[in-house]
Design a protein around this ligand. Sequence first.
Ligand SMILES: Cc1cc2nc3c(=O)[nH]c(=O)nc-3n(C[C@H](O)[C@H](O)[C@H](O)COP(=O)(O)O)c2cc1C
Length: 282
Amino acid sequence: MIEINKDKCTVCGICVDACTTNTLQQTETEILQIKPESCGLCGHCAAICPTNAITASEKSRLQFVAKKIDSENSEVEKLLLTKRSERNFKNEQVEKKLLEKIIYFAEKAPSSSNKRQREYVIVTDKSKIKELEWTVISKFNSLNFLTGSFVTGLVNFFSKKTGKMLKNLRKDVDEMNEYFEQKKYKIFRNASAVIFYIAPTKAVQSKDDCVIAQQYSMLFAQSKSIGSCVIGYAQYAHKALEKKLNIEKGKTIFAVSTFGFPKNKLKNEIKYKNEIKITWLN
Ligand SMILES: Cc1cc2nc3c(=O)[nH]c(=O)nc-3n(C[C@H](O)[C@H](O)[C@H](O)COP(=O)(O)O)c2cc1C
């Protein structure tokens, strides 16, 4: 999945710490990718590597190189180039005032017909976050009948692609449970705060309203050196989460993000080599 140039690699090991899927291992003499099939190709290892030793393998589904961020870039360009999905948080709380400011800027996002019907739940209590983590995992556990060998085998017979998807889902769910037992949290990743973006269930563009506010909040947070990540996994369990968070009837959680101070600073831009498809109608 990724390739490590042994001539450039100094075996400093910071890529191992930055790896979000635990696929890297450090030995005395080299860095090994031990579970390439679990690699999400997020490129955080390459973005943090001080000697630019990591690239994506030519055989992988995405190709990228790490590129130093040019100091000539404007502040906005730098912000967009450094905004990555953060999953490695320090054990340091983001203070309430800053979280309030994050929401202030989330609300600067447009909303359909300027209805401004969004609302937010911010959870900072660690034990509550852990409880919500288990709520999400339980939702995935309830799908176990779908990912069992009987159904997977049957589905595989008709569609190899869907069969593979179910198998991968089972692997993911097993990992979530395994991590939870080890007090490592794969959903909310020990974040300092989790923000739920809520809007009326029946308004046609509620999801758009929430996702735009989510992106504004995450970019503002980045400008204050606070990392964040979209948590799509939690979206699957939105009904169970609404119950746990006592969300009013008629309202839905349309987006979820984690926030916290990053453990590592990703210095490089990840430049994807894949062609960006643009159609010009001039
Ligand atoms: C709709 C959506 C859902 C996502 N869900 C998750 C998630 O549940 N957990 C997670 O760690 N990352 C999640 N991500 C982050 C992506 O995995 C991430 O964007 C991708 O790995 C690229 O990394 P980057 O954002 O650092 O460039 C999600 C991103 C999007 C857009």
